[in-house]
Design a protein around this ligand. Structure first.
Ligand SMILES: CC(C)(COP(=O)(O)OP(=O)(O)OC[C@H]1O[C@@H](n2cnc3c(N)ncnc32)[C@H](O)[C@@H]1OP(=O)(O)O)[C@@H](O)C(=O)NCCC(=O)NCCS
Length: 308
């Protein structure tokens, strides 16, 4: 990592014994499974396959994992990937940081902070417009220049008004199918651009419950995805298609998930044809703008599978 010197500036003596290098996915996976509430036998990478540097490394989505190693042991790691983000003012290149983890025995010594500083230096060298991450440790990330940004509205699924007749003569389906691609690609008006190379990780989320409606000829007319393993439980976080059909689809999901919610962008960004209730507004992510092209907070939106 060419910016590794930055990591050691001002570091505590312990950190000087630790080297930084690209981390193999298997070592990173072990750290991640210990650091996050992953059920026994499951893996963090099932819910976040984009950080799987073995199956989806540089070749596919330019995902990079970096880690700190103490003798033989990886003790902290974090990932960075680059993607194009759509916003109302056009498309910009951003860096997404995820899979940030420190071994329990090494926490509180600034290792995660050093990793994020190194990844930021890497992103700055690549001239991205900004960096985005999802994390509940707000004070940690605020110290590193990130702020809460983006607006998401959380709407109870049961409050969405629907017209059940919208589904008459149509087929309701369940589970991932590649025939979702044309619908997803034509509907994603905001969020990350899904490049052909992204398709592998996008389609390999075993814990996402996909639902869709198709015409008798098999054309997907509306789709929605709920849950993502340890993340986004009971939450519809990907959706799209014809407004009337989509709302009827959401009503069928509400039967299976009576306490389910739907995430949508701020009112200004949501298509008005959807005519959804206002819901509760909250911040979407933490971000650090690096140039003026980075979207304003109210214009920033990501779909569930974009989240790192
Ligand atoms: C979050 C985590 C990566 C921090 O690693 P670290 O090397 O201890 O972090 P640093 O030493 O650089 O910074 C410590 C800061 O992290 C913050 N922090 C750590 N754990 C936290 C927690 N559970 N809740 C809130 N803040 C937390 C604190 O603000 C702390 O700052 P302080 O010194 O003012 O108390 C580590 O605790 C971890 O691996 N947790 C499990 C995995 C995880 O939740 N990852 C983040 C989501 S992407």
């Amino acid at each position: 990592l060419k910016n590794s010197e930055a990591i050691f500036q001002g570091a505590a003596p312990l950190l000087k014994m630790i080297e930084v290098r690209e981390v193999p996915s298997t070592d990173w996976e072990q750290l991640l499974n210990q650091g996050f509430p992953v059920p026994p036998g499951a893996s963090f990478l099932h819910d976040f396959p984009v950080w799987d540097t073995v199956n989806f490394s540089g070749r596919a989505v330019a995902t990079r994992g970096f880690a700190l190693k103490d003798s033989d042991k990886y003790v902290a790691a974090a990932g960075l990937r680059f993607a194009k983000l759509r916003s109302p003012r056009g498309s910009v290149t951003i860096g997404l940081i995820g899979g940030v983890v420190a071994d329990a025995a090494y926490q509180g010594q600034g290792l995660a902070s050093r990793m994020i500083e190194a990844l930021t230096a890497e992103a700055v060298a690549r001239k991205v417009s900004g960096l985005v991450l999802w994390g509940s440790e707000h004070s940690l990330y605020q110290r590193l220049g990130f702020e809460l940004m983006g607006v998401q509205r959380r709407i109870s699924l049961s409050s969405v008004k629907t017209d059940a007749a919208a589904l008459s003569g149509l087929r309701l389906g369940k589970g991932w199918t590649d025939s979702l691609w044309p619908a997803i690609e034509s509907f994603r008006f905001l969020g990350l651009e899904i490049s052909p190379q992204d398709r592998a990780w996008f389609a390999s989320h075993p814990n996402v419950d996909w639902r869709w409606v198709s015409s008798p000829a098999g054309k997907i007319l509306a789709y929605a995805a709920i849950g993502r393993g340890i993340d986004l439980p009971n939450i519809v976080h990907e959706w799209g298609g014809d407004a009337r059909v989509l709302k009827a689809l959401l009503a069928t999901i509400a039967v299976d998930y009576p306490y389910g919610d739907l995430l949508v962008p701020s009112k200004d960004l949501t298509p008005s044809t959807l005519d959804l209730p206002a819901g509760i507004e909250e911040s979407l992510c933490m971000a650090r703008a690096l140039d003026p092209a980075f979207p304003a907070s109210k214009d920033l939106w990501f779909w569930g599978l974009d989240g790192a």
